[in-house]
Design a protein around this ligand. Structure first.
Ligand code: UDP
Ligand code: MG
Length: 306
């Protein structure tokens, strides 16, 4: 058995060595083969040199340096592609994802789970703003997405080789890994932990980066925004017809009203027609998008007598 750690690093010169020093005894205690794959996501500080130093003293440390900052998701994916462990753990190198949990996650893997999610029980280290926006966002994502991403889970997970291979084989480019890791199915479980503060440095997720990740989450897991136009058009059209009926009844019962009132349902009906036709185009667009993502129609767990 071999475990691969996939560790994305962006400007982490202050944390990579601490991470390595904490992970090493944990991995040695697990008494299995291991590798640590650090993906340096275009750091501008001394991360590259720190990683070279680690790799020089330990051949199990593997380093990939990106040509620029491509983002955490790309870095994790690259780590997956270079890993060859029977199971793969993805975790941050800032100490927020505790390496001490790896043996517990590995036990779950041995019990037959393909995805072991690290679930954040407490997030006291994060700002009230981050916790509130994350909570609202995940509620929204949960309600609109076809794949239900478990609550309070992030990118800290242990995955079986077949899950990693399935995720890597997805042709879509803007991968939202935590969505895909849930989408693949198989037996999934949780290990709870308290998310502590970073050991050093500060978060690299600016509001812009956070928004981009949030957008990728919605687009990769839901066609709900595309379905809005048709819904608005149909509701608007229905209300416009009700408006016409109301005016006809008023006119028939001899109530006097300005002729201009007829314009209201006329305008809203015309606008609704526009929404409906746009909504119909969106149905095709959603289909095209699904085709372009080109995910497999199914993933087989196992077979009998085949
Ligand atoms: N990271 C990365 N590329 C980026 C941003 C972050 O590889 O563009 C790495 C970072 O070095 C860390 C992990 O992704 O190991 C999580 O980032 P961070 O701790 O800044 O995010 P937070 O925990 O605050 O959400
Ligand atoms: Mg962090």
């Amino acid at each position: 058995m071999k475990i691969s750690l996939v560790v994305p690093c962006y400007n982490e010169e202050l944390t990579v060595e601490t991470f390595y020093n904490e992970a090493l005894p944990v991995l040695k205690n697990m008494a299995i083969d291991y590798e640590m794959i650090f993906v340096n996501d275009g750091s501008l500080d001394g991360t590259r040199e720190k990683l070279y130093k680690l790799a020089k003293t330990d051949v199990r440390v593997k380093v990939v340096n990106f040509s620029k900052n491509f983002g955490q998701q790309a870095a994790i994916l690259c780590g997956f592609r270079h890993s060859d462990g029977d199971c793969v753990a993805e975790l941050d190198c800032d100490g927020q994802d505790p390496v001490s949990l790896l043996p517990v996650m590995y036990e779950k893997f041995l019990e037959g789970y393909d995805v072991v999610h690290g679930r954040r029980l407490k997030r006291r280290s994060e700002s009230v703003f981050k916790r509130a926006t994350a909570s609202l966002y995940y509620k929204f994502l949960h309600s609109v997405s076809t794949t239900k991403i478990p609550k309070d889970t992030g990118d800290f997970k242990l995955l079986s080789r077949r899950v990693v291979d399935a995720v890597c084989s997805m042709p879509e480019h803007d991968k939202y890994l935590r969505g895909l890791e849930s989408w693949v199915g198989f037996k999934q479980t949780f290990v709870d932990f308290e998310r502590k503060s970073r050991v050093a440095g500060k978060t690299h997720y600016s509001f812009k980066k956070m928004s981009n990740l949030a957008k990728a989450g919605i687009l990769s897991n839901s066609n709900w925004p595309l379905s809005l136009s048709l819904k608005i058009g149909l509701i608007g059209g229905f209300l416009s017809i009700l408006g016409f009926v109301a005016l006809i009844i008023l006119a028939a019962t001899g109530v006097n009203f300005d002729a201009a009132f007829w314009l209201i349902p006329t305008v809203t009906l015309l606008a609704s027609c526009g929404y409906v036709f746009n909504g119909i185009s969106n149905l095709y667009l959603a289909n095209v998008y699904n085709e372009v993502k080109d995910r497999p129609e199914y993933i087989i767990d196992d077979t009998v007598n085949l």
